[in-house]
Design a protein around this ligand. Structure first.
Ligand code: ZN
Ligand code: ZN
Ligand code: ZN
Length: 154
């Protein structure tokens, strides 16, 4: 159920990736390039950004501001988090789930039946409760009471 798309906003580029990791590796490989391949680019051309750095390391770490990389992965599922404390908090939900399987929580029983049984000893109270208080039945209201048939426009 992952429909999120990460779009590259580099100048003249609009490539889309399903994960921030893929977008990030695209940026470093295709846009930053390498000295050895002769295409090293040390100025960020991301939309509304004009950062220029001196070293490749600097631009690769700078690109993280544009890509929502989440380096902290949950040990139990596919989720990942930006901050380690968020991941710890999330991982706790897994460990707590395991504990709850052994002792499933039952909701407190509060039914109408219990209520009736508790008042059963008091007879007068019971008859009073069981006596239906019928509301007077009002005659069905005719929509034609005014003599004008209602037309339904469809
Ligand atoms: Zn791109
Ligand atoms: Zn930038
Ligand atoms: Zn998880």
């Amino acid at each position: 159920m992952q429909h999120e798309v990460f779009t590259c906003r580099w100048k003249y580029c609009s490539n889309q990736y399903v994960t921030p990791e893929l977008l990030y590796s695209h940026l470093t490989a295709d846009h930053v390039g390498r000295k050895s391949t002769g295409n090293l680019c040390l100025s960020c051309q991301w939309e509304n950004c004009d950062v220029t750095v001196e070293k490749r390391d600097h631009i690769t770490s700078h690109l993280r501001v544009h890509v929502p990389l989440k380096p902290h992965h949950c040990r139990y599922c596919e989720k990942s988090f930006k901050r380690p404390q968020d991941m710890k908090k999330h991982e706790k939900t897994h460990t707590e789930e395991e504990r709850q399987v052994e002792h499933p929580l039952t909701p407190p029983q509060k039914s109408m039946l219990d209520d009736t049984q508790s008042t059963y000893s008091s007879t007068s109270n019971l008859t009073d409760r069981l006596t239906p208080h019928h509301a007077p039945i009002s005659p069905p209201q005719s929509t034609y009471s005014e003599g004008i048939p209602i037309k339904y426009i469809q």
